[in-house]
Design a protein around this ligand. Sequence first.
Ligand SMILES: [Zn+2]
Ligand SMILES: [Zn+2]
Length: 301
Amino acid sequence: MIRKICVAILLCVAAASSPVTAQQPAPKPHAAIVILGDGTPLLSADRSGTSIGVVVRGTLYVFDAGPGVLRRILETRERLRLGIQRLGPVFVTHLHSDHTLGLPELLYYPGAPSLQLFGPPGIQSMLKRLQEAWAEDRQIRSASGMPSDQGLAATVNAATAQEIAAGIVYADSNITVTAFAVPHGTWPHAFGYRIVAPDRVIVISGDTSPSDAVVQACNGCDVLLHAVYDGENSLSGGDLTYFARFHTNTQELGGLAARARPGLLILYHQLFMGKLPADLVRQVAATFRGAVMSARDLDVY
Ligand SMILES: [Zn+2]
Ligand SMILES: [Zn+2]
């Protein structure tokens, strides 16, 4: 129901192009969240690699770029009518493959004059090696006279990567993005992001074990997107130890969300472990009384 309401609001905003009278306040620009990929390392036809889009005034900001992200962006642009006109910066939470395998796709995003990457230490080296991987492709395309307005080679050449630390990492007239460090097993650098948009505060946890950093970043935020795994799993031994170190289960997330107090909690990067989306929602809702939804690819909030 909430998903339908959210979509209805978006459509209303999109349709509000008629003149505004002096008595009517101008509609606020709506920061739409689109799930570009709910997947984990375990992908399916319905769940593409981890990626979340935030659309503000025609710019699509991308948070993580899992495998298949470009196809989901094109589906969003062509079918969801969010008014996407340009690709903005791409923010990477950490360098696990399920969050970065889509980066080479974005290097070739059609129509993007440059790609601006933000991510943890190591992102510059990753970009450099990705560019090297397609060096021969660029050389052959440019040497064979490919028209510049179709310039895939120019796109990949223009990419830049900035290695970040906790704090404000990006700001423009649409959004301010603050990175906060999260504990993700043995990764030396993993981040979540807090996005302040014109009418919403959105927090993305990234992959993390239960962390007060998420609670503090949200602190009554409008939307918290949090990675999660089934808390009623049958894991044992080393498997259980691994997940406890790297991720947050449903019971842990319920308690965390009760303290973070988001207006809407969206479960993403969901490790179902044989359960259904409704099972994960039920488990979280046992301790968090607010609104909870299980993300699906191409959902809009
Ligand atoms: Zn992951
Ligand atoms: Zn990870």
